[in-house]
Write a protein that binds this ligand. Structure first.
Ligand code: GAL
Length: 701
């Protein structure tokens, strides 16, 4: 489970003190005792987004009673409530929020407060139109939707600081408030004069001289040379690759300072036992900004986990969950998820019966400590009337509510068992935002989709190890026996040193296609690929090819095909082995190496220059894992079955889900306790479609 900002014990003590002071106002079950605080922080959280400002207060107790009956123990509130909190400039109305929090507490429900800055009130944008976000085509955003503010506007930030400071002062020590969410899904950048000026100033700080910038961006090309900082353009169109990369980094820096403005206001006034996070949108894979940078100063990572159209793809969702866990390399929150269906997909179909429960447990298996549904009840008006909810416009439960009740019951049973555990992997996939951006700016093949390439690696790794970390390429790597870096396009000298140290220290690094093409300024590496790692590999990419059709590939682990992208490699050291070769009849590629390996004691660097078909990829990954000594005691599972492990406190918790349509049986390597059916000990687990088992091995040596 996640670590909070300050140590556990200090936090429990503080909470206990706070609870004791207000014990009179608190629900009996949660009041007064340190174990209650412990339970509050070390438990699984089930929740919903609740918008009390949209309903008469007389209705709140009914909603909260229904929530409590479903086992909901946390609500997120307030993230769009600015016009209710401050209907006129300086006219603050926080009483309703205090009453809503107290009402929730009477039902043993804790609160996460969202700062309301994603939706400024109309008085603010009318009076100060300079705070409005400017689209890339120069049009200002309008009131009537959300996200109409400019993240770069100093004046808007002043207003944010004011409202957040006031909220923090008022609720920062409220024992029923366990955390804060800053804003809501940072999304749209601005292209107005303020952002433009700030971009130029940011570049000046970064490059110091125009000569350095001109060199880094090769501006002699097409006569782009700049002689003054204010000549540098800001737009969202394809352009100089160096400028485009710098713009993404600037966008990240600007969201970071936008966030810092609120974070400082919160930290100054809130208790150490309240956490601060933000909810990441874009189905996890959005790349507007660098998620590692933005989550670094936060206490926990949180994301909004939606399927949209179709059904759960457990590999994709598992990979995104592992990616979110990897942001801070600790457990995370699912701050929003879909109660059956959404209102924004091309076809807003519902997840199958049991699918919401399966998805919830999948998140827990991958390291979530909380799952909150968006939203509790259908708003009668507003843009999202059709979205799935747990309670309908009449205030009565929707059919899905029964499934939530079941999850609530199961969370209560499993909470204590899962407390103190977290997924722990021996293998990792490496990501870098610079690489993601650099490839997406110049894809060279519309079929080269980085998420698909990542999933090509993820699927066999997940099948064979049942636990994969997805972390920044700059993260500490010593704990991993083997790491895979598909699409690590940008390898700077510094990153190369980091990866080299890992290999020489006994780690196995597998680089995928397009690795090491670029340097930190998005310039071509003169060594060719993999850039500064060419000497370590003892070989390089001679030429890259975007493929129209598949090419044959074979090696000691089998034969198959390469798809979408193929790189012809050349070894230049006698210690560099060829692992795979392209077959004859493949034009430029015929007979050339498709994968190289150079060993260093227990460590090795491997370069795989193409995207293998699924079967050969599985064999390739299995081969590498076996060589690195990585195996899972659970072996190979039936198709459609996912198994996740959390370990900690000398215990192992295993969650098994049958995402397929048919009944499946999984034989366990040892007897395990059935957490959802206390008293049962299992050697084999049988699961129907959407079935979930939570198993515990109480002591592992
Ligand atoms: C999220 C957003 C929520 C709600 C939800 C609907 O992206 O944060 O406020 O709009 O989508 O699916």
């Amino acid at each position: 489970m996640m670590r909070w900002r300050r140590s556990w014990l200090a936090c429990a003590a503080l909470c206990a003190a706070a609870l004791t002071c207000t014990a009179g106002a608190r629900p009996a079950a949660a009041a007064g005792t340190t174990p209650a605080v412990h339970a509050a922080l070390g438990r699984l959280w089930l929740g919903a987004a609740w918008y009390p400002e949209q309903w008469p207060e007389s209705r709140w107790p009914k909603d909260l009673a229904l929530m409590e009956a479903a086992g909901i123990n946390v609500v997120r509130v307030d993230e769009f409530a600015w016009s209710t909190l401050e209907p006129q400039p300086g006219d603050y109305h926080f009483g309703w929020l205090a009453r809503a929090i107290a009402a929730a507490a009477r039902h043993h429900i804790y609160v996460v407060i969202g700062t309301p800055t994603d939706a400024p009130p109309v008085w603010l944008t009318n009076r100060y139109p300079q705070v409005l976000r400017i689209h890339a085509d120069g049009r200002p955003a309008q009131h009537g939707n959300r996200r109409q503010f400019s993240y770069a506007s100093p004046l808007y930030r002043k207003f944010c600081r004011d409202i957040v400071t006031r909220l923090a002062k008022r609720f920062g020590h409220n024992p029923d408030v366990i955390g804060w969410q800053i804003d809501n899904e940072y999304t749209n950048e601005s292209y107005g004069p303020a952002a433009h000026r700030q971009f130029q100033q940011w570049l000046k700080r970064r490059f110091r001289s125009l000569a350095a910038l001109n060199r880094a961006w090769t501006t002699a090309y097409w006569s782009q040379t700049y002689t003054a900082w204010n000549q540098i353009p800001l737009n969202d169109r394809p352009g100089n690759p160096g400028l485009m990369l710098a713009h993404r980094q600037f966008v990240t820096a600007t969201w970071l300072s936008y966030q810092r403005n609120q974070l400082e206001a919160l930290r100054a006034h809130i208790a150490p036992w309240q956490f601060v996070t933000t909810n990441i949108g874009g189905l996890g894979w959005s790349a507007h900004w660098n998620h590692y940078t933005i989550t670094r100063p936060l206490d926990i990572a949180a994301w909004d986990d939606y399927v949209g159209e179709g059904q759960l793809d457990f590999y994709r969702n598992g990979a995104m969950s592992d990616f979110i866990r990897g942001l801070k390399r600790q457990d995370y929150w699912v701050m929003e998820t879909q109660p059956g269906f959404v209102d924004w997909a091309p076809i807003c179909n519902s997840l199958v019966k049991g699918g919401v429960r399966a998805m919830t447990w999948e998140s827990i298996g991958h390291g979530a400590d909380a799952v909150l549904f968006w939203q509790w009840r259908s708003a009668l008006g507003g843009q999202e009337q059709y979205h799935g909810t747990l309670v309908g416009p009449d205030g009565k439960p929707e059919p899905l509510y029964a499934e939530i009740v079941r999850i609530g019951r199961e969370f209560k049973r499993a909470s204590q068992v899962i407390a103190g555990t977290t997924p722990r992997s021996q293998v990792a996939l490496l990501l870098s935002y610079a690489s993601r951006w650099a490839i997406d700016f110049q894809r060279q093949s519309v079929r080269y989709r980085q998420l698909d390439v990542l999933l090509d690696y993820y699927r066999p790794l997940e099948d064979l190890t049942h636990s994969v970390d997805i972390v920044s390429a700059r993260a500490p790597l010593q704990r991993y026996k083997i790491v895979f870096a598909p699409s690590l396009n940008v390898i700077s000298a510094k990153l190369a040193r980091h990866l080299r140290r890992y290999v020489l220290g006994g780690g196995v690094l597998v680089l995928g296609p397009r690795s090491g093409m670029k340097d930190r300024y998005n310039r071509l590496n003169v060594e060719r690929q993999p850039g500064p790692l060419v000497p370590l590999l003892g070989g390089r990419v001679q030429q890259y090819y975007a493929l129209v059709s598949r090419v044959s590939v074979s090696g000691s682990m089998g034969r198959g095909t390469g798809r979408i992208w193929a790189e012809a490699l050349t070894p230049h050291s006698s210690a560099t082995r060829v692992l795979l070769r392209y077959g004859a009849g493949n034009a430029w590629l015929s007979g050339t190496p498709a994968a190289l390996e150079h060993r260093y004691g227990r460590g090795a660097i491997i370069y795989l220059g193409t995207i293998l078909n699924r079967r050969l990829m599985h064999a390739f990954v299995a081969h590498r894992l076996a060589a690195a000594g990585v195996r899972s005691p659970f072996g190979v599972l039936p198709r459609g079955v996912e198994l996740m492990r959390r370990v900690g406190d000398g215990r192992e918790v295993v969650i098994i889900i049958n995402h397929g349509k048919r009944l499946r049986a999984v034989r366990l390597p040892y007897a395990m306790h059935d957490v959802l059916h206390p008293g049962r000990i299992l050697r084999t687990v049988r699961l129907r479609s959407q079935g979930v088992a939570v198993l515990e091995r109480p002591s592992i040596s």
